[in-house]
Ligand binder design. Sequence first.
Ligand SMILES: N[C@@H](CCC(=O)N[C@@H](CS)C(=O)NCC(=O)O)C(=O)O
Length: 210
Amino acid sequence: MAQLTVYGTPVSVYVRIVRLLLEEAGAAYELKEVDIFNGENQSAEYLAKNPFGKVPTLEVDGAFIYETTAIMGYLDTILASHRFSFSEPLQQARMHQIMGIVDSHLYAPAIGLIAIQRLIVPSQGGETDEDKVKAAIAPVKTALEAIESLTVGSPYLLGSEVSIADFYLIPVFTYLSQTPEYEATIAQTPKLRAWWHQVSQLPNVKKVCA
Ligand SMILES: N[C@@H](CCC(=O)N[C@@H](CS)C(=O)NCC(=O)O)C(=O)O
């Protein structure tokens, strides 16, 4: 079995995405802290593993893989025989659409703006920038409503089996659901509301996203 090491900060959304798959697959792995809050991700040592200074990076027997989509595809292949993706082409396309929406349209407003301004800034003694939060609500709603239209929603986003699409969305919901903007952003997404109600209770979600 390959030796797996995840480099990153445990509170990172993308680190959590990778760890959800690892935990669900029952894999043995090591988590090595790279602190994105003190700039450790910009150290020469870390940039040699990931030139963009982002977390996570996965080390497999001395080889480094970065970009979460690549890491997830790799781990799904080596650990789970593609159990967390689909052989049916339309379902596979839906899964990739949800991953792409999280990457390109949801992460920045939901995490970079709402969660940072509501949860991180005040915890460090700063004041929430209400204008930034307000401006983020519409793009978050657009992204969540798009995901809603692609999903089955019960119990998992794409049906009876958990997939990489769920792993992508769960860490975003973990943070968004702790903010006062949550109710407004999910007002038009009843399937996602029901989905979150169920998946937030899963033991590995509690373990990784606590
Ligand atoms: N495209 C990257 C994005 C990863 C990402 O944005 N990670 C955030 C933490 S959730 C990060 O490293 N932030 C630190 C920084 O930007 O300095 C991936 O898919 O892995």
